[in-house]
Design a protein around this ligand. Structure first.
Ligand code: 5GP
Length: 193
């Protein structure tokens, strides 16, 4: 997605070896026009997949996921990271290890929001080592639902996420694919859309 790549080059900041900061348009302040374009791009690609729900993980997946859900005219569900006292019964959970934060957290979705007739599109802001997406796949499969694809806004292709997910039989579609960082600059490889 050309518009997204241009925005990353313009406003993204490379931090250290492998982190890209995009807090001015995606992970903190949100550019809704760009998110709308992102949502429409995913929706067009998955138009004929019979998607019934879009699933993401809080917090930064929510913005691209909600516009994707709007374009597909289906509900969006975000997995919660914190334990919630109003959500004690009927929850589906998975353990997600974060390499960036070096902690394992339990993510959850109320089981009443997913069923075995659902065809789910996962959307997330970043794909690094694939642990967040793998946790979501796990939760969706616990509900007996089908994962139709995984839509990623920014994939860091030099990390293992895509390989892990594809080996598990999942289809990964990324709007921007970062091949590597060079002297603090982003170098892209060809994106999927
Ligand atoms: P994974 O589970 O694929 O290793 O990491 C995915 C999650 O880690 C994303 O949802 C995102 O929140 C965070 N993340 C991973 N790499 C980056 C990065 O380079 N920049 C930012 N802002 N978040 C990242």
């Amino acid at each position: 997605m050309k518009q997204l790549e241009e925005r990353i080059l313009q406003d993204g900041h490379v931090l250290g070896e492998n982190i890209l900061k995009v807090d001015s348009f995606l992970t903190h302040q949100v550019d809704f026009q760009l998110m709308k374009e992102i949502g429409q791009t995913f929706a067009e690609y998955f138009q004929s997949a019979g998607i019934t729900k879009v699933v993401t993980i809080e917090a930064s997946g929510i913005a691209p996921a909600i516009y994707t859900a709007e374009a597909l005219n289906v509900p969006m569900i975000f997995a919660k990271k914190a334990k919630n006292i109003t959500m004690l019964d009927g929850i589906l959970t998975a353990e997600v290890y974060s390499f960036t934060k070096q902690v394992t957290s339990t993510v959850s979705i109320a089981s009443k929001f997913l069923n075995n007739r659902d065809r789910v599109l996962i959307v997330d802001d970043f794909l690094a080592n694939g642990q967040a997406a793998k946790g979501l796949v796990d939760i969706i499969q616990q509900a007996g639902a089908e994962v139709e694809g995984i839509g990623i806004v920014i994939e860091k292709s030099f990390q293992d996420g895509r390989t892990l997910l594809e080996k598990a039989g999942q289809k990964v579609v990324s709007l921007a694919r970062i091949e590597h960082f060079e002297n603090g600059k982003v170098v892209f490889k060809e994106a999927d859309l």
